[in-house]
Write a protein that binds this ligand. Structure first.
Ligand code: G3P
Ligand code: CA
Length: 326
């Protein structure tokens, strides 16, 4: 059995509003190996951690009258979004906003932190993992996702060379360094493959295809030929967990096929709440109730995955460590 890594999705986002220093720090305290984060750019070309470049769902921007006129509608990756966009704010302006819980119905306990945290920069996140690695005498890694690369390039804010340079300045540009870069797009990863030695991860959704249209569909990328093509530029894949086992259905051959192509497999997203769990692992009927994530982690370890992207890294670390003792 390989030693799967635990990757804290937006930090310990089951316990703190995601993509905040507090969420990353909590994940590190739970023993995570890597913190996962989503990167977008500000108007003055600074990487900040947000899941979307439209920030009304995760910040209090709508309560700032000074920014009311910046509310607008844009097409991003083919979809219309109305709200406030990071690329229309300088970092100093964005820093005046405060973060709020993204899933308040499912995670009402996290709303107590609404208004407490700001939007972190990549530089602040790098500083945090270095500081905590020194304190704990263990290496905590970064698992960074580029969001909307083609879109940002189209508005004059290309991401790839900037990200490779920022990690290189932090001392990381080799495959053994504790950094992964992931994307749902393809051509940005191919470009990064030329720019950095850091390990690259191709994200795969259960439906649709990459926003840069570099491949016709994610389905075409998960057959044997598609996986061999991914292996020419990426170290691994991070599929929606349903592509490996969808609820109570039979598992697919994706882990076996990916390993045959030389790719590691880090599925997402493993969460405690019933609504995200297969029916047999739920406890009670409340969608927000906490179920048996431990059993789901064991199931996927038995299927041979090489890592878990999870909102609840404490559970994943505990189960991973117990399974490794068997
Ligand atoms: O990066 C892994 C996983 O986070 C991909 O989905 O939408 O949560 O960024 P998303
Ligand atoms: Ca992500």
């Amino acid at each position: 059995m390989s030693h799967p890594i635990v990757i804290a999705h937006r930090g310990a986002s089951g316990f703190r509003p995601g993509n905040t220093l507090a969420a990353y720090d909590r994940a590190i305290s739970y023993g995570t190996d890597f913190i996962e984060l989503d990167l977008v750019l500000t108007k003055d070309n600074v990487f900040v951690a947000r899941h979307e470049n439209e920030v009304s769902q995760t910040t209090d921007v709508a309560q700032h009258p000074e920014f009311a006129v910046r509310k607008t509608t844009k097409i991003v990756d083919g979809e219309s979004h109305t709200g406030w966009f990071t690329e229309d704010f300088t970092l100093a302006e964005l820093k005046t906003l405060r973060v709020k819980e993204r899933l308040p119905q499912l995670r009402p306990r996290n709303t107590r932190y609404d208004g407490q945290f700001d939007v972190p920069t990549l530089a602040e996140i790098i500083a945090l993992v270095k500081q905590r690695s020194n304190e704990l005498h263990r290496t905590i890694g970064i698992y960074a996702e580029l969001k909307h690369s083609s879109y940002f390039a189209s508005i004059g804010l290309p991401m790839e060379a900037k990200l490779a340079a920022e990690f290189k300045a932090a001392g990381w540009d080799k495959p053994h360094d504790p950094v992964f870069i992931q994307s749902f797009e393809v051509n940005n990863l191919k470009e990064l493959h030329k720019l950095t030695g850091l390990r690259l991860i191709q994200l795969l959704e259960a439906k649709g295809g990459p926003a840069d249209h570099a491949q016709p569909s994610y389905a075409a990328m998960t057959n044997a030929a598609g996986l061999r093509e991914i292996a020419t530029y990426a170290w691994g894949i991070a599929p929606n967990k349903a592509l490996i086992q969808d609820g109570e259905r039979m598992p697919t051959a994706l882990v076996i096929d990916a390993h045959a192509a030389g790719l590691r497999v880090h599925p997402w997203t493993f969460r405690l709440e019933n609504t995200f769990l297969p029916k047999s692992f739920r406890i009670g009927d409340d969608p927000a109730g906490r179920g048996h994530l431990d059993l789901e982690i064991r199931r996927f370890m038995d299927l041979g995955v090489d890592g878990f992207i999870t909102d609840d890294p404490g559970v994943a670390v505990r189960e991973r460590n117990q399974m490794m003792k068997r």
